[in-house]
Design a protein around this ligand. Sequence first.
Ligand code: KDG
Length: 362
Amino acid sequence: MKKVFLASIFSLTLIGLTACGGGEEADSENGSASEGEDTASENGNDSNGEASYTIEAGIGLNNEHPQYEGLLEFKDIVEEETDGDIHVETYHSGQLGDDREMMEALQLNTQEVTIPSTAPMANFVEEFTVFDFPFLFPNEQVADKVLDGEIGDRLLDKLEEEEMVGLAYWENGFRDLTNSQHPVETAEDFNGLTLRTMENDLHLDAFEELGANPTPMAFGELFTAMQQGTVDGQENPLATIYLEGFYEVQDYYSDTHHVYSPFVFLMSKQFYDSLPDEYQTIVKDAAVEAGEFQREQNRKANEELLGSLEEEGMEITEVSDEARSEMAEIVQPVIDQYAEDIGTDFVDEVYEAVEEAEESVE
Ligand code: KDG
C-alpha cells in the first residue's frame, strides 16, 4: 500500500491537511460538509424537520450518474420506511471529498455514508484488492453472484475493524480506456501513455507492466489534469466517461474492459451502531434494494451511451479478445505478486467462486 499512501500524504501536505485523524481533520470534514449542504438544498433535499437521525451521504460522481440515482432511491426508501425519522442528505461530485477522504470521515463519524469503488478501499482492507484483479470477472452476472455471495460478505465483515459497515455492493462497472494521443487496440499501444489511475497500488503496477506511465490521482482532479495535459488519459466505465463529459478532453476510447469495478455502500460504524435494531434493518435492506435498481440503471446506461460518445466525436476502438488475452498475460506477474501478499488460499477461493458462478449463470 506504500506508493499510493505516499502520494496521498504528499498531496494532503500540499493542501495543508494532516494525513490521519485528529480534531483538525474532523473540523475540515465538517467544513466541507456544510459547504455541500447549500448544494444539497439546491438538489431538492428536503429540510431536516423533526428527524431523529440525519445521514449525510456523499459520492464522487455527478448527479447525472446512475450512482446518484441509486442514492436518491436509498433516500426515498429510508425516509418512507422511517416516516421521515431518518433524514438523508445527498451530495455528489465530490462535494464532501474524494473516496479516501469520505472513508476517513466515516471512520471519524463526521459523515455517515459513502459509496466508493473497491480500489481505494484496498488502502483500508487489503483483501479488497482482489476484486480489482484485471480480467477477474467475465461479466456482470458472475460479479453479482460472487459479490453478493459468501466471499463478498466476508470482505464486508472486515470493514468493521476499520470503523465502517459495508451494507451492499453496487456497480461502477467494466473499466475502459480513453486518451488524447492515439487509438489503443493492442497491449503495445499502452506504451508511453501517461495515465491517471485510482489510488490503488495494483492498478499502478499493472499499468506500469503494460508500459504506461501511471499516476494515482483523486477523481475530482482528473478532468482538469486531462484538460491541461498533465495526463494523456484515464480509465473508467463508459457511463462515467460520457456523463462526466470526458469526450471534451479525450479523443480516443477503447473498450478494454480490463477491470470490473464494484462500488461498496459504506456506513459509519459508529452511526450504524447508534441506530435502533429496526432502523439498522431498514438501512441495510434499503442499501440492497437501491443497489439492485442502481445496477439496472447502470447497465442500461452502459449499453446506451456508446453511440453518444461517438456522436460527441470520440474515435471508438473495439478491443479483440486476443488483445485482451495478451494484456492479461502481461499483467499476470503483478496479479501473482498481489495474490501472494493478500494470501494465495483466499485468492484461490475467489477464483473458485468465480468459476462456480460462471457455471451457474450459463
Ligand atoms: O463515487 C465514486 C467515485 O468517487 C469513484 O470511485 C469513481 O471510478 C472512479 C474513479 O475512477 O475514481
